[in-house]
Write a protein that binds this ligand. Structure first.
Ligand code: TYD
Ligand code: MG
Length: 446
């Protein structure tokens, strides 16, 4: 019965087909057709509804809706001030990063503040969730939990309970009986998200939708939901390490600039408000270590970048990095060799952003280059630790990056008086010389 009302829609071009094809008849894309339910509320009915009259924006009523504060400051600021009632927030991240912990804590705070909450888990049993909640404190135990994977049952409960905030953990584990696909397939994931959004809008429930992402950031996962939800948050970090960052990739109700830093502890996630101080405090003065004055959204953050360069027996030699983009490392090494006289052609190179933080900005180039140069020459930067930032161009020039003043203020605040940047050195060669000449002089004298 329900089968008759399902069609297949291409996630790439939007073409519709009555049956599944391996390749879209519209645009020729492979594996892009996803099953979709048709009937009640088709996805594209929005906008086509009332044959209305355009109104000047100035006359549009936009009532101010108070936000729901989750009580986790870093989460609230990444959201732009808290959860918006009736909105859908997708939290993506690889397994084990702490999504369940974070969402459970948020609901706990809300429950403690007297709000109606609901934690839906298709992933863990109620007993497992209780064990986690025990670690998170008394308010986490006040959250009602529903261990369920059937979408219609979850929707019925949502309609009946009308919680102020609800967590769906995870979108990949719920499924609709009306669709053929297994839970987690593109069609199911889209169906789950859009039907929950519909119900949430009506009841004013703020929904936190948890989604797993693979290392490649794909696989029938949250990516196909980005346009269906109001806000996409990404929870990142290395699972074995303690620090994690939370950033907004999309936010209809706030900026995408804020980044929250958390630390996984014995009793849940703790906000790290003094991240720079910790990372600088831990920075070593050994060759191969520099401090990067990074920008995490609109917040400056000092992190230590370390490099190790060692002779290799492998052809090609190893190029390993954590917390950074591999292709960017390759580029930096090429420019170092070609334009700055630091060749590491036959050596293994390891580069690591300390603390498990992931840095995704062009300003990290110079830190990688100086850490590698310092490791390759075996001398420490002078003075150690030294702060730096800047993008490296293919012709060996240093290019300016956003917010130089905020980066320098942050470095000064933590006692790093020497900052090497595009402002102090126009080329990578000059930057390497400025950073290492003191150390090389000392090495020669010794
Ligand atoms: P979890 O929130 O289950 O991750 P996800 O939902 O993203 O898969 O938690 C991940 C890890 O965090 C888990 O291995 C256990 C650890 N953990 C702590 O170290 N301290 C704690 O208080 C909790 C609740 C979990
Ligand atoms: Mg989980």
């Amino acid at each position: 019965m329900a089968r008759a009302s399902t069609i297949f829609v291409c996630t790439a071009c939007g073409a519709e087909a009555a049956k599944w094809h391996g390749r879209c008849p519209g645009c020729g894309e492979w594996n892009s057709l996803a099953e979709e339910a048709r009937g009640g509320a088709p996805a594209r009915a929005a906008g086509a509804a009332a044959p209305g009259r355009p109104i000047p924006l100035a006359d549009v009523q936009a009532p101010h809706v108070p936000r729901l504060r989750t009580g986790i400051g870093e989460l609230d600021s990444v959201l732009g001030g808290g959860l918006v009632p009736g909105s859908i927030v997708l939290i993506g991240g690889s397994p084990g990063i702490g999504k369940s912990t974070l969402t459970n804590m948020a609901l706990g705070h809300l429950a403690g503040a007297g709000r109606a909450t609901l934690y839906v888990s298709g992933e863990e049993s109620a007993a497992q969730i209780r064990l986690r909640a025990e670690r998170l404190g008394p308010t986490a135990l006040e959250v009602p939990v529903l261990a369920e994977t059937d979408l219609d049952t979850v929707l019925d409960v949502l309609r009946a309970e009308r919680p102020a905030a609800c967590v769906i953990d995870s979108v990949q584990t719920l499924s609709s009986a009306a669709l053929d696909g297994a839970p987690g397939t593109v069609g199911q994931v889209r169906e789950v998200a859009s039907r929950i959004a519909e119900v949430a809008k009506r009841s004013g429930t703020a929904v936190l939708l948890v989604g797993h992402v693979t290392k490649e950031g794909a696989l029938a996962g949250p990516r196909v939901l980005e346009h269906l939800v109001d806000c996409v948050l990404q929870f990142e970090g290395e699972r074995e390490r303690t620090y994690r960052t939370l950033r907004a990739l999309k936010n209809r109700f706030g900026s995408t600039n804020e980044v929250g830093v958390f630390e996984m502890r014995e009793r849940g996630l703790a906000e790290v408000l003094d991240a720079s101080a910790r990372f600088v405090g831990e920075a070593t003065k050994a060759p191969g270590s520099v401090v990067l004055a990074a920008m995490e959204g609109s917040r400056p953050l000092l992190v230590e970048v370390q490099a190790l360069v060692s002779p290799s027996e492998l052809v090609p030699p190893r190029r390993v990095c954590t917390g950074l983009d591999r292709n960017r490392l390759a580029l930096v090494l090429a420019v170092l060799g070609r334009h700055a006289g630091v060749g590491v052609g036959t050596a293994d190179v390891f580069v690591n952003v300390v603390g498990g933080v992931r840095i995704d900005e062009p300003g990290a180039d110079l830190a990688v280059a100086l850490a590698v140069a310092s490791a390759a020459r075996g001398v420490s930067t002078e003075p150690a630790p030294l702060a730096c930032y800047g993008e490296i161009g293919l012709t060996g020039e240093l290019r300016s990056v956003a917010h130089p003043d905020r980066r320098e203020d942050e470095a000064a605040k933590f006692g790093l008086r020497t900052v090497v940047s595009p402002g102090t050195a126009p080329t990578l060669r000059q930057a390497v010389r400025a950073a290492l000449q003191g150390g090389e002089r000392a090495a020669r004298a010794a």
